[in-house]
Design a binder for this molecule. Structure first.
Ligand SMILES: NC(=O)c1ccc[n+]([C@@H]2O[C@H](COP(=O)([O-])OP(=O)(O)OC[C@H]3O[C@@H](n4cnc5c(N)ncnc54)[C@H](O)[C@@H]3O)[C@@H](O)[C@H]2O)c1
Length: 333
């Protein structure tokens, strides 16, 4: 069993490429890999509407090779994947609403570019170990809770369909071409370096921003139950998935501490902040159509097979996140 204590041995001196490496989760992963002695390269298009931010690599940027490349530039991918030991594939368009107003862009990034990247690996570096950032969004409205990996995949928005395709391409290339790929289906991930400017990445980002700015934030609905993974725990899952041979060809849900209603989450945020206010509002009609209602993951498979478990409680996760933005907010607006 590859528990977390073996990770320094796995990554020290090895070459790791992170697509979306200046984004929220990708940059936290990059920082941890640098700490473990890996030779890290990051690919990011830095489109302003997405989560990439140079501040995310503050203090480690000199130790990371940064490529400002868009994964839709298919011809550039071969050179990037050549010689890498690990490919952490996190580049993505993450906004559900944007995927409904501009579905083609979502398809190009979350669908076509994923296929192009896998083709580049197949031709240039078939031995590279790949971990793909998939999403719980692909399940759609749950038939049952908690949602395990056997739950039907029935997305409710264009983003979910394209992410499901991206994931399916990875698993197909593992099955048919022998690529060593794993997919992690992430739930809401929170922590330092997430996008707080607006709600494109997560509603929680705006909550954090409003709280720090001393303004009330809006909770839509409030009754939905959700689970949250602290970003350090998500990063550990990516590394365990890459380190462990048994993960090849598999998909794993990530979960977190026990689920809470959004109203309870809002109360916890205000407590963690030592004050603040929120208003509960009806769910906006255009969002309701693509909302998945209650969701929380059954993450026992990754626990059983890779020894992963979420270590950070929700209160601690919120406290650490708020502490980061209390200092760093100006760099994220
Ligand atoms: N944060 C979550 O709660 C969550 C939940 C489920 C799945 N995910 C998945 O995890 C991955 C990382 O998400 P994140 O939360 O860190 O978001 P993020 O937006 O911070 O990171 C994505 C990164 O990809 C980059 N990117 C986007 N399009 C690109 C392109 N065409 N070429 C190169 N780079 C591009 C962005 O600039 C950004 O830095 C995404 O694939 C997302 O779908 C995240």
């Amino acid at each position: 069993m590859a528990d977390a204590s073996s990770l320094p041995r796995v990554f020290a001196g090895r070459r790791a490429l992170i697509t979306g490496g200046l984004g929220f989760i990708g940059s936290n992963l990059a920082r941890e890999l640098v700490r473990l002695g890996a030779k890290v390269s990051a690919v990011d298009s830095m489109i302003p509407e997405y989560g990439g931010n140079v501040r995310n690599l503050a203090g480690v940027a000199g130790k990371i090779r940064i490529h400002r490349v868009d994964v839709r530039e298919h011809a550039k991918l071969a050179k990037l994947v050549r010689g890498q030991d690990f490919l952490f594939n996190l580049a993505g368009q993450t906004s559900h609403m944007d995927s409904m107003t501009d579905p083609e862009t979502d398809l190009e990034i979350n669908g076509r570019a994923q296929l192009a990247l896998l083709e580049a690996c197949r031709r240039e570096n078939p031995g590279v170990r790949i971990v793909f950032a998939s999403t719980r969004q692909i399940y759609g409205k749950p038939d049952y809770l908690p949602v395990d990996e056997k739950h039907p995949v029935r997305p409710v928005d264009v983003n979910g369909i394209n992410k499901a395709a991206g994931e399916a391409f990875h698993l197909l290339y593992a099955r048919v071409h022998g690529l060593r790929a794993t997919a992690l289906r992430l739930t809401n991930t929170i922590g330092p370096r997430m996008r707080v400017k607006d709600a494109r990445q997560t509603f929680l980002g705006v909550w954090v921003r409003r709280l720090i700015e001393g303004e009330p934030f809006e909770v839509w609905g409030g009754e939905q139950r959700r689970d949250f993974t602290y970003v350090d725990d998500a990063v550990e899952a990516f590394m365990l998935a890459a380190a462990r041979e048994a993960a090849v060809g598999e998909v794993f849900n990530l979960g977190g501490p026990p689920p809470v209603t959004l109203q309870r989450l809002a109360e916890l945020m205000v407590e963690a902040n030592g004050g603040g206010a929120f208003v509960v509002r009806e769910f906006p009609a255009e969002r309701k159509k693509i909302d998945i209602g209650d969701y929380y993951a059954d993450d026992r498979k990754i626990g059983r097979m890779l020894g992963w478990k979420p270590r950070t409680g929700l209160r601690a996760a919120l406290t650490k996140t708020l502490a980061y933005y209390r200092k760093e907010l100006p760099h994220y607006l």
